[in-house]
Design a protein around this ligand. Structure first.
Ligand code: CA
Length: 232
């Protein structure tokens, strides 16, 4: 079995130590960084399989680290947020974090989240060996198997969640889904209740897909209900 490498960027040494201890015991290879600057350097030099990223960090804060990492890498980032920092969660997702977990958290929950995120990455890489399953919607071409989207022949860089949301809606053209339904169907296991996650992801998707994200042509809002996909 190949050991997955996890980078822990967390300035509170007691928290970092206990995470490291538990992940090592679970068979992961771990690296630590105690501030944002070192964390960012290690994220780039060590090519980890997943990053645990605290929000409040000395040097560069977690949001900036997340944003910087996303400029060059699609590595899963699981953000560690303090209790009830609702605004922070949404901001983290906007900057490209894949998931977040609220402190204080149990180690079993953390490990379950890590494994779920790693499984999704493995699923994607296995799907990329699948035969192409291209569907065209106007000038948008979506390869449902390979997680690839092209618009006018130009590849778009979508995160996994963005792709999964787009695929879910596009496979069910013109059918309207509530935010709660989308949260359950696309995000599944870990997201209970924070429906703004759906809005944030829709907004990011529109910025990438649409000619004018304020006047969308693919992902439509059904006022008071939710979202649907249509062919322009
Ligand atoms: Ca901290």
């Amino acid at each position: 079995m190949d050991m997955k490498k996890i980078l822990i960027i967390e300035d509170e040494k007691s928290i970092s130590d206990i995470i490291k201890f538990n992940l090592d015991k679970e068979g992961f290879q771990t690296e630590t960084a105690y501030d944002g600057t070192i964390g960012l350097e290690k994220a780039q030099s060590l090519a980890p399989d997943l990053i645990l990223l605290d929000v409040m960090l000395p040097g560069i804060d977690g949001f900036q680290v997340c944003k910087k990492i996303r400029e060059t890498s699609s590595v899963p980032i699981l953000m560690l947020t303090a209790k009830e920092e609702e605004v922070d969660k949404v901001l983290g997702l906007e900057l490209g974090a894949d998931d977040y977990i609220t402190k204080p958290f149990g180690m079993r929950e953390l490990i379950a989240r890590i494994k779920a995120n790693l499984r999704r990455i493995e699923l994607v890489s296995s799907l990329q060996n699948e035969p192409s399953n291209l569907r065209e919607f106007g000038n948008l071409a979506i390869d449902m198997n390979r997680y690839e989207v092209r618009k006018d022949g130009v590849a778009l860089e979508l995160t996994l969640r963005e792709f999964e949301l787009l695929r879910y809606l596009a496979e069910r053209e013109n059918k309207v889904f509530s935010r709660e339904q989308l949260l359950e169907e696309v995000w599944g296991y870990e997201y209970y209740g924070d429906i703004r996650t759906v809005d944030v992801t829709v907004r990011r998707l529109r910025e990438k897909l649409e000619d004018d994200s304020s006047d969308p042509g693919y992902i439509m809002t059904k006022r008071g209900i939710g979202y649907y996909f249509r062919r322009p």
